[in-house]
Design a protein around this ligand. Sequence first.
Ligand code: HEC
Length: 251
Amino acid sequence: MKKSQQEAYKQDYAAAKKDGKPFFPYAIYKDSLIALLAIGIVITLAIVARVEIGEPVNPASSDFIPRPEWYFFFLFELLRIFKNQNVLTPVIMGTFIIPNILILLMIIWPFIDRGPERRIWKRPISMAVGTLVIAFMGYMTYLGATAPEGIGSGETIELEPQDEISTRGTELFIANGCGSCHMIKGVGAAGPGPNLTNEGGKNRGVQWQIDHLKNPQSKIPGSSMPAFASLPQQDLEVLGEYLNNLGTKYK
Ligand code: HEC
């Protein structure tokens, strides 16, 4: 802060203090009133606009795809940005490193921006940074809200021709939660796994698919896909055949 700025600031402050009111009790009184009002609104809403309690939780469900509340969608989207690396990267980046960098930035901001000016139109850099961060969070919230995440049981993937393998394969794809990482013809998640709509086009063969399902790392070193070695041999064979025909026989 420059000397002249400092003087001006001190003068302003002295003038404001002369006809100002002390913090206690005036400011405390106002704060308490507003706090009471806010709590009153919450209590009134709890009485007037009751929220339904949903279905009881089914702990045995394996096809439940958790989605966060809307105000966490931007974090949820962060998880998706760091997909396709190893399993832990998205979690560490999205829930620890990036949020903590932002929080740290907020804590040290008063030490970085030491200007006495408080009028926002005289602080273009702070304004721009603030607006950018809010816009970015808004955009991430939108992306998170519209992300094609998760598929329910009973959902079908429209494949032609419909035969025993395509029907059973789709069922296995959904029942085993493959759709929480992969997408086939618009059904399932856009990541972290690749889109499998044209998997058959890679001509890897049924046996490659079965071996990959049993031990993904043996075929794709460093793959973060979990192993499905505990699936019955019959299911593995159906899935292998199904995957090997996606995009070629099954369109
Ligand atoms: C936890 C997430 C996850 C689940 C669940 C999952 N996968 Fe994967 N899968 C991946 C990832 C990530 C890759 C990419 C690995 C790489 O290339 O490093 C992958 C790769 C694949 C590939 C090779 C794709 C290619 O073109 O290289 C196939 C095929 C596949 N998965 C099928 C399945 C099937 C079938 C299931 C369900 C039985 C399944 N996956 C479940 C994450 C998952």
